[in-house]
Ligand binder design. Structure first.
Ligand code: FMN
Ligand code: SF4
Length: 466
């Protein structure tokens, strides 16, 4: 089921550039090329486009700011399109790339022209084989067709790590390193920045750039026909978990959350909902909140990247929180002690509650750790932990206390909601199959060193002489 305001998700996948052009594609880029950079940025500002990657930051403000930094601090301006899609519960960027890669690439070409960036890098996980193949083929097509900017777009594949999607982690990967977040943000110090050259870099989400192409083609007023004054346009949402019809749905911003979860996705018995792991828990009393950046924040939650994981009343909240905090503990990179140690201790406490080995004092420690986990943080990951843990314990304190008092093990069988595939016909959702084996150091427990590797590490002579 789709909303009447379908703008980004086509009724059927657009499989060739010809089909894209037949459906009115390419007009956005054509218009952009006839405008000055400032005119394009003003148009995006008039449309009120806000980033769809998580924070809802105004796109025009970001572009203008980066251009100004490049002018004053000097250096080469770059653009990064964030297709890492690592937030639990989110599947919209891969869907957009598979269904309509041309609109996204058109947005990248427009952003290159508007910002004056030298090169655009598209950061996408190597494991996203289908979307990667689709994107590569579509890029070849627009290059062959001679689209302006297409020759300056480079696809960079990255690791299956949450921090690859964090904007400075992505810069590190593009520079050939692990996704270890930086202190300085990309608009201040971007790709290959040094102490003297800032190279400011724009980082935008796939969906944000897809909207850019539509805004250029149809205008700011058209964009504002959907959405609210402060959150204009549509957004592509994902819903998984305890619902009848999991999937990816495009809706007008401002639509009540209840419409998405109950009327569209078929949730009937909502206990707790998470929009990824960066925002506070959503409880049933919040379901009438409009899906827009400010209203969701006003009720103490957040829109995030619009991927909702629904848990019903059959679920143990301890099990739910344990899965989410384990993810954060594993994905934390360890550059900031309070983050890695704090998340790990919280995950450990929750595992002990699940095994009926915890006391009320452990619950107090859990809350204390949620306060300190953000100390000296380089990136937003532990802020997510703080919000998820603090809000969940507060909303379900009675269940936590009762679980500890009961002294009975609780279920521990929920998957980490990292989506691998959603079958459009059956509604079946496939999650990351090996996540339960991932360890705090990012290795997998079933990939323990083999006897052969251990022997090599000990310096034993090889069995077969060379
Ligand atoms: C831990 C972490 C993971 C993130 N993962 C993603 C991601 O997978 N995709 C994404 O677009 N943004 C992700 N973000 C947000 C990006 O840092 C950045 O804000 C976003 O790409 C900006 O694009 P936008 O302005 O178009 O929303 C993540 C942020 C954090 C802190
Ligand atoms: S806050 Fe956590 S995830 Fe972010 S850089 Fe520090 S240790 Fe790594």
């Amino acid at each position: 089921m789709r909303d009447a305001t379908d703008r980004l998700l086509p009724p059927e996948a657009v499989t060739s550039l010809e089909d894209h052009l037949d459906a009115g594609g390419g007009v956005g880029l054509e218009r952009a090329l006839s405008l000055e950079s400032d005119e394009i940025i003003d148009l995006i500002g008039d449309a009120g486009l806000r980033g769809r990657g998580g924070a809802g930051f105004p796109t025009a403000t970001k572009w203008r700011g980066v251009r100004e930094t490049a002018e004053t601090a000097g250096g080469k301006l770059s653009l990064v399109a964030n297709a890492a899609e690592g937030e639990p519960g989110t599947f919209k960027d891969r869907t957009l790339i598979e269904q309509q890669p041309y609109a996204f690439l058109e947005g990248v070409c427009i952003a290159l022209h508007a910002s004056g960036a030298d090169t655009a890098y598209i950061g996408i996980k190597e494991k996203f084989a289908g979307p990667l193949e689709r994107l590569t083929a579509a890029l070849d097509e627009i290059r062959d067709a001679g689209w302006q900017g297409a020759e300056r777009i480079e696809i960079v594949t990255g690791p299956d790590l949450y921090l690859f999607g964090e904007e400075t982690g992505m810069l590190e990967v593009i520079e050939g390193k692990l996704p270890m977040p930086r202190i300085v943000r990309p608009y201040e110090a971007g790709l290959n920045a040094t102490t003297t050259v800032s190279n400011p870099t724009i980082v935008n989400n796939v969906e944000t750039l897809s909207h850019v192409a539509r805004i250029l083609a149809n205008g700011a007023d058209w964009f504002r026909e959907a959405g609210t004054e402060a959150s204009p346009g549509t957004m592509v949402f994902t819903v998984v978990g305890d619902v009848d019809s999991p999937g990816v749905y495009e809706l007008s911003l401002g639509t009540p959350l209840r419409t998405l979860l109950e009327d569209i996705a078929g949730a009937t018995d909502v206990k707790a909902v998470y929009s990824g792991v960066s925002t506070a828990v959503i409880t049933p009393k919040m379901l009438d909140t409009p899906l827009c950046f400010d209203a969701m924040q006003d009720v103490g939650a957040g829109l995030g990247s619009g991927g909702f994981v629904v848990y019903d009343s059959t679920r143990s909240i301890v099990d739910v929180l344990s899965v989410l905090v384990n993810f954060l503990a594993v994905e934390s990179c360890g550059q900031c002690n309070a983050c890695k140690l704090g998340n790990s201790e919280m995950a450990d406490i929750l595992a002990r509650v699940q095994r009926a080995e915890a006391s009320q004092t452990d619950l107090e420690s859990l809350l204390r750790r949620s306060h300190t986990v953000t100390e000296q943080n380089r990136c937003y990951l532990p802020v997510g932990s703080q919000l998820v843990v603090g809000s969940t314990v507060e909303a379900f304190v009675d269940e936590f206390v009762a679980t500890v008092e009961a002294g009975e093990p609780t279920p521990a069988d929920l998957p980490t909601p990292l989506i691998e595939a959603i079958d459009g016909d059956t509604g079946e959702v496939r999650y990351h199959e090996r996540y339960h084996l991932r360890q705090l150091d990012w290795s997998y427990s079933d990939e323990d060193p083999t006897e052969e590797r251990l022997a090599a590490l000990r310096g034993d002579p090889p069995e077969t002489p060379r």
